[in-house]
Ligand binder design. Sequence first.
Ligand SMILES: *Cc1c(COP(=O)(O)O)cnc(C)c1O
Length: 472
Amino acid sequence: MDRTLAADLARLPELLDATRAAAADALATLDARPVVPPAVVPPAVVPPVGEPPAPEGLPEHGTGTDAALAAFRDRWEPRLSTSAGPRYLGFVTGGATPAALAGDWLTAVHDQNSNSALDGGGQDLERETVGWLRDLFGLSAAHSGTFVSGATMSNTTGLAIAREWLGERLGVSPAEDGAAALGPVRVLSGAPHSSIGKALSVLGLGRNSLVRVPTLPGREAVDPAALERALAERPGPAVVVANAGTVNTVDFDDLRAIEALRERHDFWLHTDAAFGAFAALSPEHAHLADGLDASDSVCVDLHKWLNVPYDSAVQFTRRRDLQARVFQNSAAYLGPLGEHPDLVHLTPENSHRMRALAAWFTLRAYGRQGHREIVERDIACARALGAAVQADPALTLLAPVRLNVVCFTLAEAPTPERLAALREAAAGEVFVTPTVHEGTAGLRAAFSNWRTTQADVRRAAKALGAAAREIA
Ligand SMILES: *Cc1c(COP(=O)(O)O)cnc(C)c1O
């Protein structure tokens, strides 16, 4: 064994303690550090300030974990954002609850490849966790689920099953004969997330198979009458991607109205509920995601509002048989497909980390009510920031706050350049990301971190207001 490696092995408990101390320090200073350090605001938007560290060459001989930890803390940690903290409101970004963090650490400790019954109980743990998540989001036992790395992979997996369903309807198998066997495919959606186009590209259906259906006036929710017209335009099976929580205004398609169209039209219903599914945890908002269970496939992200570390999402489907047809990985040394296929036969990857453990930990530790409290507190924070934006003459709300996102802009001359300057001026205190809503450049503040409180909202509102005046 390499001498440094052997020395680390001899001191392993000590090294873990040192790492734990560094972790505790990083978490204790979340509130004090800049939310996004200036040098890492995307240079395409704002010219970088500060010098990035010069790249180091590959060490010929290492100096062990202690030295690596010191080098990381010195050179890289100061350049990381505090996206685990309470005022990182960009994209839709969760943190990691204490239990989720503990689960994630232990995932690496046990380093399981939980994809087959030939190994230990890893995949049973994943199945138990999927059952809890199904319950959390109000899905019936008809849905089976698998863990994947994020909502993009969840959408891709769902649409891969949809592709096989189209084949079943047409008497071919895209999994065996390729997507070309289907002929032209239509995927209908009102305001799909960008990852849908990426999924269609990967799946060989092509980005151009996506047909944009008009949304309701002033909304990002699909117009069900327009969807029906689009379905009627061409006979034959289609795929509908419903959106439960759009990223700009957190709008929800009327899932029950879409489902009702199945009486007259043949389509696979995939619902992208990446973070919108969490509306089910709040009795006041649960109606938004009503009807989710009718979907043939459902995408839910877990590294957003469940507050588990990256990278984690779940994919639910009612047609596990088709899923196995797409993803089966038959080999003599792997288990047979059978009625409960090993996970190796159900997702794009073969080997995968036991990523269910972080979700298992946080659900076991805080339960439905603990996670409901996080969701409801984040919604209340979004409402409060929405009210503060409305009360600030320098800012304008672009859409009502439906759930956990505030979409707003500058009251005067909301150009992308001025908005970028605003973001940069505020980035030490609060991080928000740009968007365009109905042709107007704007900003989004998304609340999904378990740490965020009303005190953070006050800090964020103050910083955004001050930045808006500073650039005026
Ligand atoms: C975040 C998001 C995605 C993509 O999620 P990743 O985890 O980044 O892959 C897809 N759909 C919606 C609605 C989202 O909010």
